[in-house]
Each structure stands twice: as C-alpha cells, then as structure tokens.
Design a protein around this ligand. Structure first.
Ligand code: SAM
Length: 294
C-alpha cells in the first residue's frame, strides 16, 4: 500500500470498499492532510523504545505514521467496519494491535498493561497518547484518561478549537470553567496550532486545534482528596452566575454559612464570581471545607 490514507482518493476508495458512510455521531471526520498528519505525529515524537496508545484510529491517518517510528502501538476503535479495514491495511505490521471497543467502556490501565507491557518483565515505559478525538467524547474521555492510573509521558490531541480555548482559559474569562480547572490539576497544556476544517473529510463545521498535554510530575496543589476538589469545582460552576459562596452551597455537603466561612479562611471574597477563582483558590476552599487537618 504505497498511497497514504491521507490522500482523499485513497480514503474514499477504502470507505467505499468497506461500505462505510462516515458517521456524524461517531465523529468520523478523517484527516486528509499530510502536513497535519506529520505535524501531529511529529509532536508525539514516537521513538523505538516508545509505546503509543491511539484512540479512534479510523483508517489510520496517524496510525500508519506512528507504527513506522514507535516501538509498539495499540489503537482502540469502536467502529467494526473501520477496524476491519485498518487491520487489512496494516496486516503486515507486527508492532501494532487493534482493540475493537468503545474507549469510554474499557479499563484504560488494564488495556495498557495487557497490550503495551514489555515482554521479559521490564518496567513499563510511560505511554504516549495520540488521538484525533471524536468531538462527542472529548470531555468524558479527558476525565477518564486524566483520572486513570496509567503512567503517561505526553498526550497529543486534536480537539475542537473551542474546547482548546476552554483548556487554556485564564480565570475571569467566559471559557474558564470546571474542565479548565480539572485539566490544570493534572497537566500542562501546550497549544500547537489550528487545524482548518478543510483538513478533514467530511469537512466538520468548525476548526480544530492540536494540543500537547504534559502530566505534572507532582500535583500542583495539595489536597487530601482530588475527587472532593473536583466535586466542589463542578458545584461552583453549575451556578457560575451566582456569587461564590452561594454557588459553593450547591454542593450537597456544604451550606451557605460554611461556604462563606471557607471563602474568608481561604482568602477569597464570598461575593466574587466562581470563574474568578483559580486552581489554588479552589484547593484552599476544598481544604477548608473537607479536610480536618486544615
Ligand atoms: N484517526 C483518524 C483520522 O485522523 O483520520 C480518525 C479520526 S475521527 C475524528 C474519530 C475516530 O474515532 C473514528 O474512527 C471513530 O469511529 C472513532 N470513535 C468514535 N467514538 C469512539 C469511541 N467511543 N471509542 C473508540 N473510538 C471511537
């Protein structure tokens, strides 16, 4: 197979042969741009000692480049017809495994251990994640990935440009919210560039953007229970037009009086807006409200 799948004619031929009409629900917009395929894989920097997990390989726009450079690649694809076509295209590649499953249903740590653990009992290298993520699962996937116990080295993701705005938003801006704070707790976000809608077929309605996430070696704030922190953040942003103390009281375990006292003790104005509070501020609030040691 000399022709890369990023050539429109080649892509159309394979889709037709396997009877695939791109599904909107599954976010099936295929990358048909060599330049961007190279840039995305370049940002992964897959080397011979690396193990790479790809989510939603489709017909392999990234996969066929990853397998040439990485030690091992495992990809998770939910669409059986695409999986069959991809197996056919990569039939002679021996450092590649395809798992047909919904990535939101699989146990990620188990998947990585099962398919990417080195033979001979060596230590498991930290995983590199690559994905042109289907739009519909961006947030749930990020929550699962960042909350999993998988040790990872970096993640290169193509997302809707508007979602990337949310990931890098500063406090006090409209795009700043629970997802911003959640991701900031886990990783540093590096923005790599806008991928125009025309780089995909079928052409999506909006532009995409590539980000590279770097996991923090240590959590940037000290909280007793990260899940309690995230529950508080979600409560705060579920009422983002309210004043901070009122918004925090949306949390089932927090009443208005406790919320006000916690704001004061955390050095925050109870009358501020939730969106003005940064990760550190939320961590101080969580420690005031939920940890007996505080
Ligand atoms: N990587 C290919 C490319 O760049 O051309 C395809 C990208 S396309 C935006 C998203 C892919 O994710 C599709 O192949 C789709 O079938 C797959 N997908 C959608 N939902 C999924 C899920 N829940 N689990 C695994 N794969 C999924």
């Amino acid at each position: 197979d000399a022709e890369p799948i990023t050539r429109r004619a080649e892509l159309r031929r394979w889709l037709e042969q396997y009877g695939v009409r791109p599904s909107r629900r599954l976010g099936q917009n295929f990358l048909v741009d060599d330049h961007w395929a190279e840039r995305i894989v370049g940002a992964v920097e897959p080397g011979p000692d690396d193990v790479v997990l790809e989510v939603g390989p489709g017909l392999g726009a990234l996969t066929e480049r990853l397998v040439r450079r990485a030690g091992r690649v495992v990809a998770v694809e939910v669409d059986r017809r695409l999986a069959e076509a991809l197996r056919q295209r990569l039939a002679c590649v021996d450092n590649f495994q395809l798992v047909v499953a919904d990535v939101l249903q699989v146990d990620l740590a188990d998947l990585v251990a099962r398919h990417l653990a080195p033979v001979g009992g060596d230590d498991m290298p930290a995983v590199k994640l690559a994905s042109n993520l289907p739009y519909a699962i961006t947030s749930p996937f990020l929550v699962r990935w960042l909350g999993s116990s998988v040790r990872w080295e970096r993640a290169v993701l193509t997302l809707q440009a508007e979602v990337v705005d949310r990931l890098v938003a500063a406090p006090g801006t409209a795009a700043y919210g629970a997802l911003t704070v959640f991701v900031a707790y886990h990783a540093r976000v590096e923005r790599l560039g806008i991928v125009p809608a025309g780089a995909f077929w079928p052409r999506p309605e909006v532009d995409s953007a590539v980000v590279r996430l770097w996991p923090h070696p240590q959590p940037p704030v000290a909280v007793a229970d990260p899940d309690a922190l995230f529950a508080l953040v979600r409560a705060a942003f579920s009422q983002r037009r309210k004043r901070l103390a009122n918004a925090l009281a949306a949390h089932p375990a927090v009443d208005r009086r406790q919320a006000e006292a916690a704001c004061r003790a955390a050095g925050l104005d109870p009358g501020a807006r939730p969106e003005e509070v940064d990760l550190e501020g939320f961590a101080r609030l969580a420690n005031q409200l939920f940890s007996s040691a505080a």
